[in-house]
Write a protein that binds this ligand. Structure first.
Ligand code: FAD
Ligand code: NAG
Ligand code: NAG
Ligand code: NAG
Ligand code: NAG
Ligand code: NAG
Ligand code: NAG
Ligand code: NAG
Ligand code: NAG
Length: 573
């Protein structure tokens, strides 16, 4: 009996042992051979990529290998950075910090005197131009047990689109765009209503999507940043995807009608309300880089309308004024959300900058809405003539006119930073404005209110998709960044990271039952499952297990990541 039992058990033990619990990384013995890579090269439409950190062109300093002035000219340009497979928008994620505190980096500032190191930039990968390229890359990574990273634009604020020693699947060149006047989801029953929809390949960025919508006389809800370089069909949508227009039209996930995707087994499929319904549920807010490689997203488009933009700039000359005005500012948000307003504001102990829009609201109506606040701030900051306030209300004929005037110039990225955030419930704005103001003002470097929820974001059934249910109760989210300069030493970096933890704790204390936006958050959440997914975690985990049973897709704080160690390369024993 005993012998028999042992015979049954032994093969099991050895099969577990022979199955390594760690990914195979570049430089490891198990890393695929040149001949393995040449087989892969024969399966894909483009030459294999050998990414370098973007500043590599400036090295060696004695004889730069490329055009270094191109690097220094463009280091803060989001579109230039997204065009480079080895670049992240926040260059700190291109670096690697060893256990002993030594930093491997490739700094733009060559006078710092360091050598250029590969850091956390993948050493090789696939430049996908077709679905079959994506399938080949996924199968190769799976077959060789590689740490696969899916990278689109590299905007991720948690560095999830890069990893040291990894194999890269670059989706940037999946650029197809199709407009369909009468879109019907695949598999829909006959009689299903038709929509005016835009289908965007995984590599399409917002500037391209906005141009395509405008060309077709339509409006699309999307991300807003300088150069509009954020991806329109990658991490943005899978994490939720907010916009200044969300109070009017909902989040990205409320506007998507269909995805196509390649799963970990290499299968190409469609996910929508009729096909692979569970995957569709998870891809709407359950987080990028987790379930499958999205190859396209199809969005509902909307009628174009004019809008009115409102700008308010105020200086605070004392802490009491800061507290007073910020409290009043918090109080006006529920009403603004009900009127379809949205946008971005920045609050610090020194002052306030408000930059909001009201779609399909006339100049007079928008002005009438904001005037009581303007009057309040005028009085609170020293009365008329004290020159601590500027306010403008400006009409635009369309979203596109406003977008061109606002976002096509300027630079926003290229700085080493990490951020922290909290979704703030409407109830907190209504019931605890003074407490919320105090929490925000305690962040010395200031906070941004992304006023991107309420209104249409509050309407859908929270159970209708994977998105963190906390979004449905929120009016927006408050976030802050902590930055450091190139060449900062480990002590300075650790101090910045500690400030992120400390400020997140302050925001969490204000809103213990809320959560945070997966795409704009910190790596140091105490309970990332609760914070990012709330009550949806268990269902998301099940869906991941179904579509990615071997956990090929793993990202920091993503669903299923708790089964891996801090490097995300080895499974916990
Ligand atoms: C300057 C700036 C402005 C921003 N503005 C906004 C904004 O207005 N609204 C907003 O909601 N957010 C905004 N964000 C946050 C943004 O949503 C995230 O950075 C998001 O992760 C970007 O997705 P990406 O695909 O462009 O970037 P990437 O960094 O390339 O990818 C992000 C994550 O998604 C995964 N991923 C990417 N493509 C795919 C795919 N095809 N299939 C599966 N997984 C994929 C990656 O593996 C990674 O985990 C902004 C960020 C920055 C830096
Ligand atoms: C280097 O890049 C700059 C753009 O920043 C460009 O103007 C210049 O022509 C380039 N030089 C060469 C030699 O390609
Ligand atoms: C730190 O560790 C790295 C990697 O092991 C090593 O290359 C480097 O020399 C070490 N630095 C110091 C100062 O010990
Ligand atoms: C580059 O580094 C040098 C040396 O630390 C410093 O003096 C200089 O200000 C830096 N340049 C920029 C543009 O940051
Ligand atoms: C815009 O507002 C006008 C009235 O102010 C209304 O008639 C029209 O239907 C609105 N358009 C849309 C698309 O909401
Ligand atoms: C907004 O209203 C104020 C107060 O009524 C008025 O002084 C101002 O001119 C108006 N601004 C615009 C742009 O109409
Ligand atoms: C601003 O001050 C004036 C004069 O004291 C007062 O009449 C007015 O009501 C105040 N407005 C607000 C919004 O507090
Ligand atoms: C706030 O102060 C700054 C610096 O003192 C000044 O340049 C700016 O014009 C002031 N802004 C307003 C709105 O008064
Ligand atoms: C790190 O940098 C700071 C600021 O420049 C400096 O004060 C500190 O001594 C440095 N620490 C180490 C360990 O080099």
């Amino acid at each position: 009996m005993i012998m028999k039992a042992l015979w049954l058990v032994l093969p099991l033990i050895s099969s577990v042992r022979s199955q390594t619990s760690c990914r195979c990384l570049a430089g490891d013995q198990c890393w695929p051979s040149d001949s393995d890579f040449s087989i892969l090269a024969g399966q894909v439409s483009q030459p294999l990529l050998y990414p370098k950190p973007p500043a590599a062109a400036c090295y060696p300093t004695s004889k730069p290998s490329g055009n270094c002035s191109e690097v220094t000219d463009n280091a803060r340009n989001g579109n230039w950075r997204s065009g480079q497979p080895g670049s992240m928008q926040s260059p700190n994620f291109e670096t690697y910090i060893h256990g002993n505190g030594t930093i491997d980096a490739c700094y733009v500032n060559v006078t710092l005197g360091y050598k250029c190191k590969q850091g956390s930039v993948p050493v090789t990968g696939v430049d996908a131009h077709t679905i079959s390229d994506v399938q080949a890359a996924v199968k190769f990574a799976s077959q060789h047990n590689l740490r696969l990273v899916i990278k689109n634009t590299g905007h991720d604020y948690l560095g999830r689109s890069t990893a040291r020693g990894s194999f890269l699947l670059w989706t940037h060149n999946l650029k197809d765009i199709t407009y369909n006047e009468g879109f019907v989801p695949d598999g829909a029953p006959t009689g299903e209503s038709r929509s005016k929809a835009l289908t965007l390949g995984a590599g399409v960025q917002w500037f391209e999507a906005y141009n395509a919508a405008e060309t077709n006389g339509r409006f699309i809800v999307g991300g807003l940043s300088m150069g509009a370089s954020v991806g329109a069909a990658g991490g943005w949508i899978q994490g939720g995807g907010h916009s200044a227009f969300s109070a009017r039209h909902g989040l990205g996930v409320d506007n998507v009608l269909q995805f196509t995707a390649v799963t970990a087994s290499g299968e190409y499929l469609t996910a929508n309300a009729f096909k692979n319904v569970d995957l569709f549920w998870a891809l709407r807010g359950g987080g990028g880089g987790t379930y499958a490689v999205v190859t396209s997203a199809t969005y509902l488009t909307h009628d174009r309308v004019p809008l009115t933009a409102t700008y308010v700039l105020a200086n605070f000359t004392t802490p009491a004024i800061a507290q007073d005005v910020t409290t009043e500012f918090v109080k006006i948000h529920p009403g603004l959300a009900d009127a379809g307003w949205g946008g971005y504001s920045f609050i610090s102990p020194l002052g306030l900058q408000l930059f909001y829009i009201a779609p399909n609201v006339s100049l007079d109506n928008a002005n009438a809405t904001i005037q009581p606040f303007v009057q309040y701030v005028t009085n609170a900051t020293g009365g008329p003539g004290s020159n601590n306030l500027q306010a403008f209300v400006v009409p635009f004929e369309s979203f596109y006119a406003w977008y061109v005037a606002t976002y096509t110039i300027g630079e926003q990225v290229g700085e080493s930073l990490e951020l922290g955030s909290r979704l703030i419930p409407r109830e907190t704005f209504e019931k605890e404005p003074a407490k919320m103001a105090q929490a925000m003002l305690s962040v010395n470097s200031g906070v941004t209110i992304n006023f991107v929820a309420g209104g249409a974001v509050s309407k859908p059934d929270p159970e209708s998709m994977g998105l963190n249910p906390a979004w449905r109760k929120a009016l927006g989210h408050v976030l802050f960044t902590e930055n450091w300069a190139e060449g900062a030493n480990i002590t300075e970096i650790q101090k910045a990271k500690q400030r992120v933890r400390d400020y997140v704790r302050i925001l969490d204390t204000l809103t213990p039952e809320s959560g945070a936006y997966f795409n704009e958050a910190t790596l140091y959440e105490v309970n990332p499952q609760k914070t990012f997914f709330g009550s949806h975690y268990a269902k998301l985990r099940e869906i991941k297990a179904k579509y990615d049973p071997q956990s090929l897709f793993v990202v920091a704080s993503g669903v299923g990541s708790e089964e891996w160690d801090g490097s995300l390369n080895c499974r916990h024993k």
